[in-house]
Ligand binder design. Structure first.
Ligand code: ADE
Length: 276
């Protein structure tokens, strides 16, 4: 998968994404991340990219043209890559659960999705991350100052995405959040594909608590079932802990999770007992 981030602060984005799991996946050719400096597409000698808003008001706006030229440069690059039949590394699932890198070219020219990071967008979610992880190219547009001239947004943006109901100084941190959450769903990025499947938000349940050595720390013991080696009991305990945790910490998610009849009965009993 290829991320193209249009920004005035390319170093901020690249420095934040070149380490750990994402950095490794880039080095392995499973992902590519490029930050395109919108300022390189300024059309005046001072390389300024902002101007006063018509009608007055506080702050400056990013102008339409540099954003559009940066966008065109990226789409042209994608078009050329596809026309050349140049292969991109598309990881495909193979039966043993590993990921293999398979060459693929796109026969039909498809416009890449362009996400504008904005507090006015749909709130980013795991479901959205899953959907976007199936794109081959994703363009993320980061605004600054008071935003971007509406006309270029109308022309190029396909999705407006917010990472939460608070206002940040720019779209770079939200773009990094999205790249991280999407990348880890691309097959092969997490070596253990199971871990992307069985963690928080799958089934609308939060992840169960986890423990590592030593068996006792600050007088707290690891729950005995985890030392029992009995896999079925461990699975059952973990599922129950997930249910309890979701009920206690995220009642909004708990409303949406589906329990089996047996789990509902167990949960009823647990709640009656814990209310005493
Ligand atoms: N830009 C500024 N604040 C933002 C937010 N909460 N989400 C996405 N982009 C933003």
């Amino acid at each position: 998968m290829n991320f193209h981030i249009l920004t005035l602060f390319p170093d901020m984005v690249m420095n934040g994404l070149n380490t750990s799991i994402i950095g490794r996946a880039v080095n392995a050719g499973l992902l590519s991340i490029e930050a395109v400096n919108i300022r390189d597409y300024a059309f005046n000698k001072h390389q300024s990219v902002d101007d006063y808003p018509y009608g007055g008001g506080a702050g400056m706006l990013m102008q339409a043209e540099p954003v559009y030229l940066a966008y065109e440069a990226v789409t042209e690059k994608i078009r050329r890559r596809e026309a050349d039949g140049q292969t991109t590394s598309i990881p495909q699932e193979v039966p043993d659960g590993q990921a293999a890198v398979v060459s693929q070219t796109s026969p039909v020219e498809k416009k890449p999705r362009v996400v504008y990071l904005s507090p006015q967008g749909d709130v980013f979610s795991q479901k959205m991350a899953e959907e976007l992880s199936r794109e081959e190219d994703l363009i993320l547009l980061c605004g600054h100052y008071e935003g971007i001239d509406e006309r270029v947004l109308e022309e190029i943006v396909t999705d407006y995405v917010s990472i939460g109901d608070y206002v940040l100084t720019g779209g770079e941190l939200p773009a990094m959040v999205m790249v991280d959450a999407i990348s880890r769903l691309v097959p092969g990025v997490l070596h253990n594909d199971v871990s992307a499947e069985f963690e928080s938000f799958q089934d609308n349940l939060l992840e169960y608590p986890q423990y590592s050595r030593p068996e006792e720390w600050h007088g707290k013991k690891v729950p005995p079932v985890l030392l029992s080696g009995h896999h079925a009991n461990i699975e059952k305990w973990r599922r129950e802990q997930s249910i309890i945790r979701t009920y206690e910490r995220r009642p909004d998610l708990f409303e949406k999770c589906e329990l089996t009849k047996k789990e509902e009965k167990w949960f009823q009993e647990w709640r009656d007992n814990s209310a005493i």
